[in-house]
Design a protein around this ligand. Structure first.
Ligand SMILES: Nc1ncnc2c1ncn2[C@@H]1O[C@H](COP(=O)(O)OP(=O)(O)OP(=O)(O)O)[C@@H](O)[C@H]1O
Length: 251
């Protein structure tokens, strides 16, 4: 049984058909990346899964249970969590205080400090625990936000362009975090434009185009798909990436 599944999901904004009959299923333990050109409907699909939009028709199932009518907080309670692109951290508080706010009602006082220490280490933020969140680098702010999203140990983590604005090194470190979370059993759905990140983490890739599922498969299948290249990656990039995947350094 998939952990999260959309069935014939549709969303219309007036005359605009933004989500068109989308069937998407993630098995527990999967890292799945959602890609597609601007305006393809990625954010809308995300918000439907999270319950911030209600679909025009279709259903969403979480661990087999129909959650289509549930509010976002009810979905979060069942084990979903999201990190949006714009950090929602408290800039005037320290890194540690930010995590305390996210975690204080969910851990007994005796173990809270230790849990926060573990999370800080995971986020590569131990040395920055006392700094004001507003003074962190862009990448560190994103990691703190990821920390707040994973602090309650969700079963499904939704990431909206987690590496936007990051350096290649920060992007790679973020990919490692996702891999470690996944190794501990977390299922991850990420909207992402950075193909290096997608290649690093994705077990499966879905390409959305004009609100529909346009293609689905492994990253190698996706970059080798010429129709995908035509709508999204650009012919040259796709061919180069396909050659790289084949180990052809002269491409
Ligand atoms: N609340 C809304 N009302 C009307 N139209 C909307 C609304 N939200 C999104 N749209 C439209 O739906 C289409 C898909 O938008 P969406 O943001 O889901 O795409 P996206 O794939 O996430 O794009 P990007 O990569 O640029 O973020 C766009 O044409 C957008 O203008």
């Amino acid at each position: 049984m998939p952990l999260i599944e959309t069935r014939a999901l549709n969303k219309r904004f007036g005359g605009l058909h933004v989500t068109n009959n989308v069937d998407l299923a993630l098995e527990a333990g999967e890292v799945h990346c959602l890609i597609g050109p601007n305006g393809a409907g990625k954010s809308t699909l995300f918000r439907l899964i999270l319950g911030e939009h209600s679909p025009s028709s279709g259903a969403i199932l979480f661990a087999g249970e129909d959650i289509t009518a549930l509010k976002p907080f009810q979905r979060i309670r069942r084990g979903m969590s999201v990190k949006f692109q714009v950090p929602g951290i408290f800039k005037a508080l320290s890194v540690r205080q930010n995590l305390e706010i996210a975690m204080q009602h969910h851990y007994p006082p005796a173990s809270l400090a230790e849990e926060i220490d573990k999370l800080l280490a995971f986020l590569n933020l131990s040395a920055d625990a006392k700094r004001l969140a507003g003074n962190l680098s862009h990448g560190q702010k994103q990691w703190l936000e990821i920390g707040m999203a994973i602090s309650l140990k969700p079963r499904l983590l939704l990431l909206d362009e987690p590496t936007a604005g990051m350096s290649p090194e920060e992007t790679f470190a973020t990919g490692e975090m996702v891999q470690r979370l996944n190794a501990e059993g977390m299922t991850v759905l990420a909207v992402e434009h950075d193909m290096a990140f997608v290649r690093q983490v994705a077990h499966k890739v879905t390409v959305l185009h004009l609100g529909r599922v346009f293609a689905q498969g492994s990253i190698d299948e996706i970059v080798a798909n010429e129709e995908v290249a035509a709508i999204y990656l650009g012919q040259t990039t796709a061919h180069e990436t396909a050659h790289e995947a084949a180990g052809d350094v002269h491409a």
